[in-house]
Write a protein that binds this ligand. Structure first.
Ligand SMILES: NC(=O)c1ccc[n+]([C@@H]2O[C@H](COP(=O)([O-])OP(=O)(O)OC[C@H]3O[C@@H](n4cnc5c(N)ncnc54)[C@H](O)[C@@H]3O)[C@@H](O)[C@H]2O)c1
Length: 367
């Protein structure tokens, strides 16, 4: 056996698929290969008890196939809990395409990928993720009906990011109500890390409510642009995790709450859009709780995007999308109450409530 592979990363190599740390009883994992288009993709179907597995396709230049497999396993599991806690009749799935989206993505490759999705007969429904555009979903739509996030002219629900941002804002207000005794964000200092599609829209909501918004991003042009547009202050400190703000909103990358940062955070609330904010979902969630920091679980409050694409499948309109997204406020409060009652972190509470819904459906009981 190749020793380089054996020593690569932290992935367990003896049992390359079912033995991965990130393998969590996934129902099906599909490896897709097409020589002509150069397509190498993995579709992960974690759980379909509540409905078809829906989740985006990510195209990324992974360092290794192990990394790609690990990513799809983790992401598809996350989708199961996101849809379950949001009350949607969807299971969890995700797909990754290995390669640089800027140089390797072609219409032929996207259509070929769509054909693989089609072979699953609707068990997996795809959507956009990192490295994908609405136009790519339109190409997938040419060959399969099992795709959401297509352009509005083809019956799609349009850009999900503003809805995601609105849900994050709702979750943040609920966390503020729990931690500060009021959900009013006027005068509160909020640091938004990452002012991309979701972050900018969140800045807009916060500014409208009169919060004092600080922004950080690795993209200097974006910083200048967003600062000018909303009057947000560009964060100037050395270490953003030590910022003396009321609320920290991670809207860039995952795993920003880790061993290096978790004890530095001064904010009373952590609520943002980024997926997988806790590097270790058990340990770091617990430390935040012990430090009295109200953490609004990422997969609960960033569900606006999936609510938006679910509308395409169910055929409901904007009003229902907004109603479901505003419900994130109530669910977040319920999760804080569950966490306080059971002495577990909000992340664990949200997982338990989501799992409870899946278990009830399995036993033929739940809605
Ligand atoms: N778009 C959605 O509807 C949606 C839904 C659910 C979850 N999310 C998650 O929310 C996050 C943001 O999504 P998006 O669509 O706004 O992405 P985006 O790519 O539009 O924006 C991300 C921003 O973060 C910045 N960034 C990257 N690395 C950074 C760093 N180290 N420090 C500071 N800034 C950094 C980028 O420059 C960019 O401006 C992602 O983690 C995404 O997975 C998005």
């Amino acid at each position: 056996m190749n020793t380089d592979i054996l020593h690569a990363g932290e992935l367990k190599k003896a049992d390359p698929v079912f033995g991965q740390l990130s393998f969590d009883d996934h129902e099906q994992i599909v490896f897709c290969n097409d020589k002509d288009t150069g397509l190498k993709a993995i579709i992960g179907i974690h759980n379909t008890v509540l409905g078809p597995a829906l989740g985006g396709t990510r195209m990324w230049n992974y360092n290794s196939e192990w990394e790609a497999l690990n990513d799809v396993l983790r992401l598809s599991r996350g989708m199961t809990f996101k849809s379950a806690i949001t009350g949607l009749n969807l299971g969890g799935g995700k797909a990754v395409i290995i390669g640089d989206a800027k140089t390797r993505k072609t219409p032929e490759l996207m259509r070929r990928f769509g054909e693989f999705v089609n072979t699953l007969g609707g068990k997996y429904i795809t959507a956009e993720d990192v490295g994908m555009e609405t136009s790519d979903m339109d190409l997938v739509r040419d060959v399969t009906p099992y795709v959401t996030g297509v352009s509005e002219s083809r019956g799609g629900a349009g850009n999900p990011s503003p809805i995601t941002a609105y849900g994050v804002y709702m979750g943040m207000k609920a966390a503020a109500a729990h931690r500060f005794g009021t959900d009013k964000l006027e005068g509160k200092q909020v640091l938004v890390q990452g002012i991309g599609h979701v972050g900018e829209s969140l800045v807009e909501h916060l500014t409208k409510e009169g919060a004092r918004v600080f922004i950080t991003d690795i993209n200097e042009d974006r910083l200048q642009e967003v600062s000018k547009k909303y009057g947000a202050v560009i964060y100037a400190g050395d270490d953003l995790y030590t910022a003396a703000v009321d609320i920290y909103a991670p809207c860039a990358l995952g795993a920003t709450i880790n061993d290096d940062t978790v004890y530095k955070i001064k904010a009373g609330v952590v609520a943002g859009a980024a997926n997988n904010q806790l590097a270790d979902e058990n340990r770091h969630g617990k430390i935040l709780m012990e430090r009295g920091i109200a953490y609004a679980p990422d997969f609960l409050i960033n569900a606006g995007g999936i609510i938006n694409v679910y509308a395409e499948l169910e055929g409901y309109g904007k009003d229902e999308i907004i109603r479901k997204t505003e419900n994130i406020y109530t669910t977040t409060l319920e999760i804080f109450a569950h966490s306080a009652k059971n002495g577990c972190s909000t992340h664990q509470s949200a997982l338990r409530v989501a799992q409870g819904r899946i278990d009830a459906r399995k036993q033929g009981k739940g809605a």
